[in-house]
Design a protein around this ligand. Structure first.
Ligand SMILES: [Zn+2]
Ligand SMILES: [Zn+2]
Length: 423
């Protein structure tokens, strides 16, 4: 199909060509929607040929020769991206203030309803040249590309961003004393000191690190963040069907990972400390979703009393506890949380004594209920409490989360095997 221009369009081209030196790309841009299967450069060339009597040689007064550099930018991007796996990409350009000014001047002087902006045309031109140079097929993706490039013009720079991978799963933490995420050493804040043995860490291991290690290897990445649907205390286990999480693997050089063997690798590698369920890829919005769920939780607590407690009295006290619990921010977290009073419902409480001073208790409560304080009373800050009801000091010696309950999670919450014994 040949390119056909209407009389008014040819007249516009005449005026544009008379205004100063211009490149074919910029001359063609006001006609970007005229004819199919043509490049702006070809449109510009056709219009220039139609007006042999006008036009000035020289550097384009609008883009300053920007489009001549498209191939060079594409080559730079190909170098940056070499060795990185991706199927989709996106280019973006930061125009200099001067170019922005020229562009708006051009649009104002020669308005066209069929035009394309300098930015848009340039991003597409570089993308085309980039695709042509790739050893494998890739397509442009405006919403969530695997890799994206930002071309900076003044000063000249090319920034490559590799989109993170997001892996959903549930973890079980079978050992006490492991934090969910890596904690920087309190003394050196992560730089490394004698107190932390120069690891920079407060705890030698974390759920995050156990899960991340095999995935980092497979993805050829260096950093990962674990985003959990809430977190249990460091000394609490996470049992049942586990706690939902998203592991964000930053800047992966490999992204087509086979998750089934990686799950096995995590479970083998963590040697019974941490276990993960089936893993699946999700997008980053799942993180916000997990953080937004205020899931109810079921717990099992080993409790120690300061004096003897009979099993009938325990059962009575527990059933009378169900309902609204008023909790002032616990002393143990007061240094990092605002001091306020909140109300959460305890929906289930039952248990049995092991001997006169020990019991095992199961509880289910709304998200945010502090269990240790519900048992101890936290010196009157939690009301009612088990200790208050019994009139004897009580404290949790061991705590397990049995279930994180919500049907908002991607895999729901399945029924739970409740038969695991306390150690
Ligand atoms: Zn130009
Ligand atoms: Zn340290």
């Amino acid at each position: 199909m040949s390119l056909r221009f209407e009389e008014s369009q040819l007249e516009l081209a005449h005026r544009i060509l008379s205004a100063g030196p211009i490149c074919d790309e910029c001359l063609g841009r006001p006609y970007a929607r005229v004819g199919r299967g043509w490049t702006n450069g070809q449109r510009g060339e056709a219009l220039r040929t139609a007006h042999p009597d006008v036009g000035t040689p020289g550097t384009c007064w609008i883009c300053g020769g920007l489009f001549d550099g498209a191939t060079l930018w594409a080559e730079r991007a190909l170098q940056e991206a070499s060795g990185i796996e991706f199927a989709t990409y996106l280019f973006g350009v930061r125009l200099s203030p001067r170019l922005q000014e020229m562009e708006s001047l051009f649009a104002k002087r020669f308005p066209s309803a069929e035009g394309e902006s300098m930015k848009h045309a340039f991003n597409r031109a570089v993308g085309k040249a980039f695709e042509a140079g790739l050893p494998h097929p890739a397509t442009v993706d405006f919403a969530s590309p695997d890799v994206s490039f930002v071309v900076g013009l003044a000063p000249s720079s090319l920034r490559l961003h590799i989109t993170s991978l997001y892996v959903y799963g549930r973890y079980r933490k079978l050992t006490r004393g492991i934090p969910q995420t890596k904690w920087p050493c309190r003394r050196c804040r992560g730089r490394g000191c004698t107190a932390c043995g120069f690891t920079g860490k407060q705890y030698p291991e974390s759920v995050e690190e156990w899960i991340a290690a095999p995935l980092l290897d497979a993805a050829e990445a260096e950093m990962a963040h674990l985003h959990g649907a809430g977190r249990e205390d460091i000394d609490a286990r996470m049992l049942g069907d586990g706690r939902p999480f998203v592991l964000e693997v930053c800047a992966p050089r490999r992204r087509s990972l086979d998750l089934a063997p990686l799950r096995e690798a995590v479970n083998r590698h963590a040697m019974g400390r941490v276990e993960v369920s089936e893993l699946s890829f999700v997008d980053r919005r799942t993180i916000a979703m997990l953080k937004g769920v205020d899931a109810a939780k079921r717990y099992r607590a080993a409790v120690e009393f300061d004096g003897p407690v009979e099993s009938d009295r325990l059962a009575e006290a527990l059933s009378s506890l169900c309902g609204e619990i008023e909790q002032r921010t616990p002393q143990r977290v007061a240094h990092r949380r605002a001091d306020r009073i909140r109300r959460r419902r305890l929906v289930h409480a039952s248990g049995e004594t092991r001997d006169s001073c020990h019991a095992v208790i199961e509880l289910e409560g709304e998200g945010g209920l502090y269990i240790k304080e519900l048992i101890s009373g936290d010196e009157g800050r939690t009301n009612p409490s088990l200790s208050g009801r019994l009139g004897v000091g009580a404290r949790v010696t061991e705590l397990d989360v049995l279930q994180v309950v919500s049907d908002a999670f991607p895999d729901r919450t399945r029924s739970v095997d409740n038969s695991e014994p306390l150690p």
